[in-house]
Every structure is written in C-alpha cells, then in structure tokens.
Design a protein around this ligand. Structure first.
Ligand code: PLP
Length: 359
C-alpha cells in the first residue's frame, strides 16, 4: 500500500531510508545474530550505538565536551519533572516563559518541586503570538525555561534574546531543524517522536556546570548526574528507540543542517504564502516573525468547510492535519522528514478546494 503523506505532530512521519534500516535491523542487527529489539543494553553493540549517537549530537549541535548527552525514558513530560528535581533547590525560584500548553505544563510540573514564576505569558490571548521576552528575571531564579517551538499553537522563537540565568529549552518540536547556537543553553532537551525518532525516548543535553548543582538527593533514575555517569544505562535502556534516534541523526547529518533549514524555510513559505492569500483558510498566527516553521495552524472562515476539506485531503492520501483538540481547525506539522513535495501536494489540494468552493 502507498505510504500516506503524513503531517501528524508526533509520532511523526519518519524518512523512508530510516524505516528501511529499521526493518533490516529488526530482523538482524549487524553481525549479532539477533534483532535490534533483542540487543543487550549493556553489550558492546549498544555501547557503540550510544557512542555514535552522542558524537552526532555534539557534532550536529556544534557543542563541545562540556556538555553531557543523555538518553532517557519518559518522553518530554518526564523532563518537565526532572528539570526542577535536579535544578530547583529550596530557596530558589524556577522562571518559565509561558508561550503554549507544553510550556505551561512544564511549569505546572515544576510547581510540585518548588517555587515557580511565570515571567512572560501569552496565555490570555490563546497563545496566538509569542509573549514579550522578560525585561528582567527574579534574582532568585535558578533557571529560565523556554519552549523554542510551540507545537500546539504554531509559534516559534526565531531570535532568542540574551538571558542572565541558566537557560533551559524544550526543543521537542524543532530540534535539528535549523542552524542554532546551542552553546547558549545550560540544558536543552527533546522528546524524540518528531525529529529524532519514536516516542518514549528523550534526549537531554546538559552542561557539566549544571551537574555540579544537585538540588536534592535523587534516585539514580531521576538524576542527570547519575544518568550521565552511567552513560544513560542506569536501567534497561530503550535500545530500539535509541537506535532509531541514531538512524535519524545519521540521516540528518547526511542531509546537513543548512540544507534541512533551507527546505524547512521553503516549506513554510509555500504553506504560509497560500494561507495569506486564501479567501477560505485563515492562518492562526498573524505575526509573521512568530510563525513556526514546524507546525502551521489555521482555521477556515466557515466551520462548514472543515470536514469536506479533511475528506478531500484523505482522497489525496494526506493525513494528520486535524488541529489539536485545544485549538480545533488544522495543524500541519512539517518536521524534517516532510518534504517540500509533500507540502506542495497539500497546497495543491488547498487550491483545488478553494476553486471548488463557491465565493
Ligand atoms: N514538549 C513539546 C514542545 C511537545 O510538543 C510535546 C509533545 O508533543 C511534549 C513536550 C510532550 O512530550 P511527551 O508526550 O513525550 O511527554
């Protein structure tokens, strides 16, 4: 059966060469005589997978040995917990930029462990734009948490102003999608199911300075320091998930971040261009500088268009464009594995839909 053009927000579409490698490795991983699903987490084959993953993260993010690369269970939300557990000591406050639902949840999770403060928010306006960057941070701030791309609402920080406190970023939905100065961060992390593979795995990249500041005693599973010391194998690691991340990292390197960025920009220009001139479709984010290149959200000028448009997309083999349940409308997620041709196919359907709709 033909593969769908899949614009889901995550789990997201994966590149075909990655799927092919994964299929091969599922039957037989290298010369091990076992499947990658059966590979031992403390064996040498997985040790090599981890080493290559970590080297590729350093290389693709342009960061030095002062950063630890850690692979963890629990996706994005477990990072929402581990960050305050590890970095929010008593007497300090955790500052959060509230630019979307994930940013808000990250703050809510942190509140279980200590004092939090929202230092900028666009919640009142339904997160339709980015909030103003905070002019100052509380003197007691242990860190500032930022979500670089707001997956549900379709906004993205393209320029990140200077920050006087350790900056921690959730890059779940835009990691490795553009050239970016990662050395600005005390820590950045990403749930893998968008640009890094499959659900359940999270990548955390932590500056070694942060590991010296343990906020409280923690069991090794929840401690970045212990996870780094144990090279991400405190317990039985998610071997197939981390191997998939390796395949994604290799594929990303082969394409090159600059080329990926160029295609992501072209995809965004094509789709926003169509939305901006449409008489039916309405982009959710009007401020062009705030628009996400990864998740493009839009509605229609009449709800009655929604189901017929979805049906037309389905007839053209296109899936995954229904908006998040919090926003309704449509969301087109264009992570690295989505090609310009995929977006062009969608834009053709949008044009056809407009042509067939009475004015
Ligand atoms: N952060 C961002 C920016 C996300 O887009 C998501 C999920 O889509 C999450 C966190 C939560 O990830 P998980 O479902 O793996 O907990």
């Amino acid at each position: 059966m033909k593969r769908k053009i899949n614009f889901n927000a995550g789990p997201a579409t994966l590149p075909e060469p990655v799927l092919q490698e994964l299929a091969k490795a599922t039957l037989q991983y290298g010369k091990t005589g076992t499947s990658v699903l059966e590979l031992q987490h403390r064996g040498s084959a997985f040790g090599e997978i981890l080493e290559e993953c970590n080297a590729l993260v350093h290389e693709l993010c342009g960061i030095g040995p002062e950063y630890e690369v850690i692979w963890l269970h629990g996706g994005g939300r477990l990072q929402f917990c581990m960050i305050p557990m590890n970095f929010l000591p008593e007497g300090k406050v955790a500052a959060y930029i509230d630019s979307g639902q994930w940013a808000h949840e990250a703050m809510q999770y942190a509140a279980y462990y200590g004092d939090t403060k929202i230092v900028a928010s666009s919640r009142e306006s339904g997160y339709a734009h980015l909030p103003q960057w905070p002019a100052r941070l509380p003197a007691k701030a242990a860190y500032l948490h930022l979500t670089t791309n707001n997956t549900i609402y379709g906004t993205q920080w393209h320029d990140i102003p200077a920050c006087s406190k350790p900056l921690i970023a959730d890059m779940s939905s835009d990691i490795l999608s553009r050239r970016h100065d990662h050395s600005r961060y005390a820590m950045f992390y990403a749930a893998a199911q968008k640009n890094l593979g499959v659900p359940g795995v999270a990548l955390a990249v932590v500056h070694k300075d942060m590991l010296r500041k343990a906020a409280r005693p923690l069991p090794p599973m929840l401690s970045y320091k212990a996870q780094a010391a144990e090279r991400s194998v405190v317990n039985t690691a998610n071997v197939p998930g981390i191997y998939t991340a390796l395949l994604m990292l290799r594929w990303t390197k082969q394409r090159g971040i600059a080329a990926i960025e160029k295609e992501n920009t072209a995809k965004a220009e094509l789709l926003y261009g169509q939305l901006d001139k449409s008489r039916i479709f309405v982009p959710r984010v009007s401020e062009k500088a705030h628009r996400s290149q990864m998740n493009v959200c839009f509605t229609t000028n009449d709800m009655a268009h929604e189901q017929p448009f979805l049906d037309m997309c389905a007839r053209h083999n296109i899936i995954g464009i229904k908006g998040h349940r919090y926003t309704g409308g449509f969301r087109v997620s264009m992570y690295n594995a989505v090609s310009l041709a995929d977006v062009a196919a969608l834009v053709d359907v949008m044009r056809e839909f407009e042509d067939l709709s009475p004015s």
